[in-house]
Design a protein around this ligand. Structure first.
Ligand code: PNS
Length: 172
């Protein structure tokens, strides 16, 4: 019997405060697995107080993913969401959540989140993608600290994000 290919929608959720080259690596690689990817930017971020508003964070993701949608072929999009991730995933007929893991230390939190999401909605699966060796040291919280203290973040984020960080920390 011939296996039928089902159109697979994945969601890559996160705070993206701001999006980094590490996130972009996961997005590119997630597109090898799913047919369509929604980068879901959370308004409600567990235990974190974002520096940028949810709209600003989604806008930065949009600027970064532009290059991946060639010839009007919309395979990846960014959307802000409020409330529970599993509800957003169900609304978008999403079968899989994608999460990037950098180090073993990430895993405990990721495993707990996977378990909670599965309890809330057992039909949604989670796929963990290991960070590439070239980006695994990148974390948004360090990017923000470096930018705040006037350091160079050009290797860690896109030029658009670098500009927004500079503007943000000039004001504050
Ligand atoms: O990039 P982050 O901060 O590690 O992402 C965490 C995120 C945004 C995926 C998580 O906080 C989340 O899913 N928030 C939405 C609210 C929700 O569903 N919370 C229950 C998580 S078990």
């Amino acid at each position: 019997m011939k296996a039928q290919h089902r159109y697979l929608v994945g969601i890559y959720p996160g705070s993206f405060d701001p999006i980094t080259k590490g996130h972009m690596d996961i997005i590119r690689r997630a597109l090898r697995v799913v047919d369509k990817l929604i980068v879901a930017v959370a308004a409600d971020t567990t235990n974190k107080k974002p520096v940028f508003s949810v709209e600003e964070r989604a806008e930065m993701v949009r600027e970064n993913i532009k290059e991946l949608n060639s010839h009007g072929n919309l395979r990846v999009e960014a959307q802000p969401f409020h409330g529970l991730l599993v509800n957003f995933a169900k609304e978008h007929q999403c079968a899989v959540l994608i999460r990037g893991v950098r180090a073993v230390s990430d895993f405990e939190y990721e495993f707990q989140m996977f378990s909670m999401n599965t309890k809330l909605e057992p039909s949604i699966e989670t796929i963990f993608l290991p960070a590439s060796d070239t980006t695994q040291f990148i974390a948004s919280r360090f990017v923000k600290e470096i930018a705040r203290l006037g350091g160079d973040v050009s290797e860690l984020v896109s030029p658009e994000v670098e500009k927004r960080l500079k503007e943000h920390f000039k004001k504050s």
